[in-house]
Design a protein around this ligand. Structure first.
Ligand code: NDP
Ligand code: KPL
Length: 314
């Protein structure tokens, strides 16, 4: 199976690197700066499950793809999706499976519109990784799970082939019977985690220590209500596990969005929080929900960063 990993960042670099390590046929679609760094320093993963140091991993840049791949793993940020789609489109042929690993759900509509829903499977990952200053992938948690699954019955054979390709790599992979539900469940959890940890600029344990566990639980309820209204109520076990993780004393858990926010870079606020707000059947009036507060806080930081960079350019 020829696998194209779109982006060799925190997620693509981790799972792509693990697949390379397991001997799979992997190529990374990268932009010029990342291509140069990978050519010079290689792909490095630092993880409790074992490090990877892969000198000069196979890379390709936009414009050089001249035939379809069997699997395209999409691992860019949501705000780069349109550009990435334009770049990897030549890799998608009639038999290609596109598996996105982004948080949220809106990307499915975007990918469906470009490639057709029968090309686009569902996917998600549970892991915490970031690129360190040297461009290495730092794996920060003791979890590295990837789930994928068919959204239409005709994708069953592709799911089998992907399961076979992923088996034996150093991460947990699983074909899901209801990947859309799992994506909603992760979104409900993640939107709360991102909302709470970005608003408070602190870990879950810090928020609990400040007697804010009830706020996390209340935001989780707001997110669950959106999933319910969209016909995808989280299963009780998934919801209870989310609530326990979001209110756990001493927990170091934060969302990857907090790392982006603290770096002063862009965040996926629109994709993760804004899209959830948009999917509410009816907004309260006036809308003083916690979800809107968290979204507005992130958008205000974006506005501030834009204004400050405009001032420093002037
Ligand atoms: N990090 C985490 O712990 C987790 C992240 N996620 C989700 O995974 C997704 C990816 O996040 P993450 O890996 O952290 O993000 P990163 O920013 O670390 O990586 C994204 C990569 O995509 C690359 N990219 C963007 N556009 C293109 C393009 N046109 N061609 C080639 N490469 C491109 C970027 O390249 P360049 O270097 O050129 O900018 C960057 O290296 C997000 O939706 C995130 O929410 C999900 C679970 C956990
Ligand atoms: C919650 C977590 C760490 C799980 O993978 C995540 O998806 C993120 O922070 O972006």
């Amino acid at each position: 199976m020829r696998i194209l990993v779109v982006g060799a960042g925190a997620i693509g670099g981790y799972f792509g690197g693990r697949l390379l390590e397991a001997g799979r046929d992997v190529t990374f679609l990268v932009r010029s700066a990342r291509a140069a760094r990978l050519a010079e320093s290689g792909l490095s993963i630092r993880s409790a499950f074992g490090d990877v140091d892969w000198p000069a991993p196979p890379t390709i840049t936009a414009g050089a793809i001249d035939e379809p791949f069997d699997l395209v793993l999409v691992s860019c940020k949501s705000y780069d999706l349109d550009g990435a789609i334009a770049d990897f489109a030549p890799a998608v042929g009639p038999e290609t499976a596109v598996v996105p690993l982004l948080n949220g759900l809106r990307h499915l509509d975007v990918l469906d519109a470009r490639f057709g829903a029968d090309r686009v499977l569902g996917g998600l990952c549970l892991i915490s990784t970031k690129l360190d200053d040297a461009g290495r992938i730092a794996h920060l948690s003791d979890v590295h799970r990837l789930a994928f699954g068919a959204r239409v019955p005709s994708q069953a054979k592709q799911v089998e082939a992907i399961a076979e390709a992923f088996a034996g790599a150093t991460f947990e992979s699983r074909a899901s019977d209801d990947i859309l539900l799992e994506m909603w469940e992760k979104w409900v959890f993640l939107a709360t985690l991102a909302g709470v940890t970005c608003l408070m600029r602190a870990s879950i344990g810090d928020v609990v220590a400040a007697e804010g566990a009830d706020l996390a639980a209340a935001m989780l309820e707001e997110c669950r209500a959106v999933a319910d209204a969209n016909g995808r109520p989280p299963r009780p076990s998934a919801f209870e596990s989310a609530r326990a993780r979001l209110t756990a004393p001493g927990s170091h858990l934060t969302a990857s969005m907090l790392t982006d926010l603290e770096r002063g870079g862009r965040t996926e606020a629109d994709h993760v929080l804004g899209d959830l707000l948009r999917r509410r059947p009816e907004a309260p009036a006036p809308d003083h929900s916690l979800l809107r507060l968290a979204y507005t806080a992130l958008k205000a930081q974006e506005a501030r960063a834009g204004r400050e960079s405009w001032l420093s350019d002037a």
